[in-house]
Design a binder for this molecule. Structure first.
Ligand code: NAD
Length: 473
């Protein structure tokens, strides 16, 4: 695998073409080859895990526990899952052959798409690059990886170390920012898998359209969290504070804002404050389990969201030199607050009170479809009502984030939060073509389909169609 720091347009073209040539050799079709690459990813995770955790610490102040669980192990989990199920996923799928086509056989082949471009984001820079790579490999593709330049240390590590574990003919890691990605996007690919914000997604999709390239867009947005009066408030608070402040709020599926029924708003706030105090022993600024903002640009953006934004229940302060922002809870932000307009993507949780869950549902439905919706409620009727009256990429009832760690659940958005899904079999399917095959023998031929029908055969066919319509009526 080739490695280069910020390649030129010429180098990008050569490397992408070389990777495509690797695909064209046909080597990626073999299941043994695919399994070898998946094992390569597993070896990379095991042998390099200390370096990976170090890079994550530099980029995001991630604790080794967070780095291990949400990055290294989640990649390993996906790779193991793919290894376990690959034979079944890749096997031809036999389907029914209608009487009309008898004698014959019908089946679906799972064909690789070809050369896949994977553009990663910075907030989980290992997971968001390598989990799509697992899917690309399982489906038998070659791939070009473009990790986010924002998480620099991790990008450098992926470019220098990952290639040692994969077939150099079929995979390339290209480093770079917007300029290099623009060059990459000028080249033809067979699929583009992008993770990041919806604005850049539009640029990616426009570039893809020029080559009619299909896309998977894993985006973000404002994921709401609804709490009704039947919820266990202490546990709700614990799970919510964990989910919100994991990776310092820089998680695409972090609860973005809270809609809580008025009747339980005050006790819930008390429990939320308790959880904040307890988790980091009152000192998140020195606690090893509390992360950092990725860079000073994002620090300024997040702190800017706090201007004229409601009552600060806790936090509200930051230290730019340390890229630290305290876990912040805001009560009753005004409608004009930027906290309610753009995705927060940082450690601030605005709390809004509603009269009822149906008011909360209307609030959610008046806004773009979120990546995930959280509901804390023990009431089955409320659960059913929310599930049936909202649309989102996914839903978690009574917890946060965990659906992301289940390879059996397709992960992706809907509407403004994304196009397509991956993880487990969904990833394999996203990066495969289901090729329909109908196989006919030579030994029997149906004469009724040809234009030189004799009168009797025409009548017979017409009778058959009549009978068929009657049966179907
Ligand atoms: P980012 O800045 O790392 O950008 C993502 C990728 O786009 C990078 O590789 C970057 O180099 C590239 N890029 C940036 N500008 C470009 C341009 N003009 N042209 C071409 N390529 C360009 O990450 P980000 O966008 O700040 O990521 C945060 C967003 O991503 C949030 O909205 C978050 O919710 C979302 N996200 C979604 C998921 C998911 O799985 N659905 C996961 C993580 C993040």
């Amino acid at each position: 695998m080739a490695t280069l720091e910020f390649p030129t347009a010429e180098q990008i073209k050569d490397l992408v073409e070389a990777t495509r040539a690797g695909f064209k050799t046909g080597k990626t079709l073999s299941l043994d080859w695919r399994k070898k690459q998946l094992r390569g990813i597993l070896r990379f995770c095991r042998e390099k895990h200390s370096q990976i955790l170090e890079a994550l610490e530099i980029d995001l102040g991630k604790s080794s526990f967070e780095g291990m669980t949400s990055e290294v192990v989640s990649v390993e989990w996906e790779a193991h899952f793919a290894l376990k199920h690959l034979n079944r996923w890749a096997a031809p799928e036999k389907v029914r052959t209608p009487l009309l086509h008898q004698p014959g056989r019908s089946y679906i082949l799972k064909e690789p798409l070809g050369l896949v471009l994977i553009i990663g984001a910075w907030n989980y820079p290992v997971q968001l690059t390598l989990v799509p790579l697992v899917a690309a490999i399982a489906a038998g593709n070659a791939a070009v990886l473009k990790p986010s330049e924002v998480s620099q240390a991790t990008s450098r590590l992926l470019a220098t170390e990952l290639p040692k574990y994969l077939d150099p003919n079929a995979f390339t890691v290209l480093q770079g920012g917007a300029e290099e990605t623009t060059q990459i996007l000028k080249l033809p690919f067979d699929h583009i898998f992008y993770t990041g914000n919806p604005q850049v997604a539009r640029i990616v999709m426009e570039a893809a359209a020029k080559n009619l390239t299909p896309v998977t867009l894993e985006l973000g947005g404002k994921s709401p969290c609804l709490v009704d009066e039947s919820a266990d408030l202490a546990l709700t608070a614990k799970r919510l504070i964990w989910g919100k402040f994991f990776n310092c709020g820089q998680t695409c599926v972090a609860p973005d804002y809270l809609l809580v029924e008025k009747s339980v708003a005050e006790p819930l706030k008390t429990q939320l404050l308790k959880a904040v105090e307890k988790f980091w022993s009152g000192h998140p600024e020195t606690h090893s389990e509390y992360g950092r903002i990725v860079n000073s640009r994002h620090f300024d953006r997040i702190m800017g969201l706090l201007d004229n934004s409601g009552k600060v229940l806790c936090g509200g302060k930051g230290d730019k030199a340390k890229r630290y922002i305290a876990p912040t809870l805001i009560a009753d932000p005004p409608e004009t607050s930027p906290l309610l307009k753009e995705e927060i993507f940082g450690p601030i949780l605005p709390i809004l009170e509603v009269d009822s869950i149906s008011e909360a549902v209307n609030y959610v439905n008046d806004r773009p479809k979120p990546l995930v919706l959280y509901l804390f409620s023990e009431n089955p009727k409320t659960q059913e009502f929310v599930l049936n009256h909202t649309s989102s990429g996914g839903v978690v009832l009574n917890h946060c984030l965990l659906h992301n760690l289940s390879p059996d659940l397709p992960f992706g958005g809907v509407g403004e939060s994304g196009i397509g899904a991956y993880h487990g079999k969904a990833g394999f399917e996203a990066l495969s073509h289901r090729k329909s095959v109908l196989k006919k023998p030579f030994y029997l031929d149906n004469p009724t389909i040809y234009p030189h029908l004799t009168g009797r055969l025409t009548k017979f066919t017409e009778q058959l169609i009549k009978i068929w319509r009657k049966v179907r009526a």
